[in-house]
Design a protein around this ligand. Structure first.
Ligand code: SAH
Length: 268
C-alpha cells in the first residue's frame, strides 16, 4: 500500500511544520582525493574522456547555460563512470540513460538548467552557491557528484536500496579529484525530505509527482530555493517549478516543460 502524497499547490502563507521521523542514515565514507588525470577513460568512450566531456560542456554553453560554476561542475564529473559499461558511448550525449529499476540518469541539459536555477538564488555564496543542498532521488549518484562541486554539503535520498548502494559504490570508486563538499547518502522516502539536516539552502528533486510535498517547502531555509518537476494539469505534463522562501513569503514559478521519472512513496 502506498500513502497518498501531500497535496500541492501549497497555500502561499503556509506556516512550516516541524518534526517527522528520521530516516536511516548511511554516512558515506570520506571521498578519496585523486588526481583528476587518474580518472581512467573506459574503452568505448574514446581515448580521452576529458575531451568528450569538454564537448558536452560546449553544447551546454551553446544551449544557454551561462553559469561558469555549473559548467565547471559538468567538466569535472565523469558521467561515464556512473552508467553501465554498455552505455559509456552515449554517456556524453544529451540523453537520459537507464540505470536499472526502471529509473534513468537525467539528461545533462535539464540537470544543468536546474543547477543554474539553484545557483542563481539571490542569497547564494559565490564559491558554493548551492549551500546546504538536499537531493531527492540519488539514482546512480551522478547529480550528487555535480552538487558536491557547487554546494557546501549534500544530503541525497534514494528510495530504492540497490540504487542507494550503487550510488555509494560509484562515488567511492571514482575517488574525487578536488576538494568537494561532503555527500551524505540516505536510504529512505524522500517525500518526507530529511528532517535531521533541515533546513536546506537548496532542494532539488530528480523525480516528479502530481503534487509537490509540503515537507520540502517546510525544510527550505530562509533565502532558500527549491527546483523540482511538478505535474501541471494545464499542459497535461511536468514543468520545472521554482519555489523561493524569502522574507517569510513563499513564491512559486513554473518554467520549462520536462519529463522525469515518477516520484513514489515508501521504499523498495
Ligand atoms: N539524480 C539521479 C537521477 C535518478 S532518477 C542521477 O543522477 O542518477 C530519479 C530517482 O528518484 C530514482 O532513482 C528513483 O528511485 C528516485 N525516487 C523516486 N521517488 C523517490 C522518493 N520518494 N524518495 C527518494 N527517491 C525517490
Amino acid at each position: 500500500m502506498t500513502k497518498p502524497a501531500p497535496r500541492f499547490p501549497l497555500p502561499l502563507d503556509r506556516v512550516p511544520t516541524k518534526g517527522r521521523a528520521p530516516e536511516v542514515v548511511h554516512p558515506q565514507r570520506p571521498l578519496r582525493e585523486a588526481a583528476r588525470s587518474n580518472v581512467a577513460a573506459p574503452s568505448g568512450v574514446g581515448l580521452d574522456s576529458a575531451a568528450v566531456r569538454a564537448r558536452m560542456v560546449q553544447r551546454l554553453r551553446a544551449a544557454g547555460i551561462d553559469d561558469e560554476r555549473v559548467l565547471a561542475a559538468f567538466d569535472a564529473v565523469p558521467r561515464h563512470a556512473f552508467v553501465d559499461s554498455a552505455l559509456v558511448n552515449q554517456a556524453y550525449e544529451d540523453t537520459s540513460l537507464p540505470i536499472g529499476f526502471e529509473q534513468t540518469i537525467s539528461k545533462p541539459s535539464v540537470v544543468a538548467r536546474m543547477l543554474a536555477l539553484l545557483a542563481d538564488r539571490p542569497a547564494a555564496s559565490i564559491a558554493r552557491p548551492l549551500g546546504k543542498v538536499l537531493e531527492v532521488g540519488t539514482g546512480c549518484g551522478y547529480q550528487a557528484a555535480l552538487l558536491s562541486e557547487l554546494a557546501s554539503s549534500v544530503v541525497s535520498i534514494e528510495r530504492v536500496r540497490p540504487l542507494h548502494e550503487r550510488a555509494r559504490a560509484n562515488l567511492d570508486a571514482l575517488g574525487r579529484h578536488r576538494s568537494v563538499a561532503s555527500i551524505r547518502l540516505v536510504f529512505g522516502d524522500g517525500l518526507r525530505g530529511h528532517p535531521p539536516n533541515a533546513p536546506y539552502d537548496t532542494i532539488i528533486a530528480a523525480a516528479g509527482g502530481d503534487d509537490l510535498p509540503a515537507t520540502w517547502v517546510d525544510q527550505l531555509a530562509e533565502g532558500g530555493r527549491l527546483v523540482a518537476p511538478w505535474h501541471d494539469a494545464a499542459i497535461g505534463g511536468q514543468r520545472l517549478v521554482v519555489i523561493d522562501r524569502r522574507g517569510g513569503l513563499i513564491t512559486r514559478r513554473a518554467l520549462d516543460a520536462v519529463h522525469f521519472v515518477p516520484l513514489k512513496s515508501g521504499t523498495q
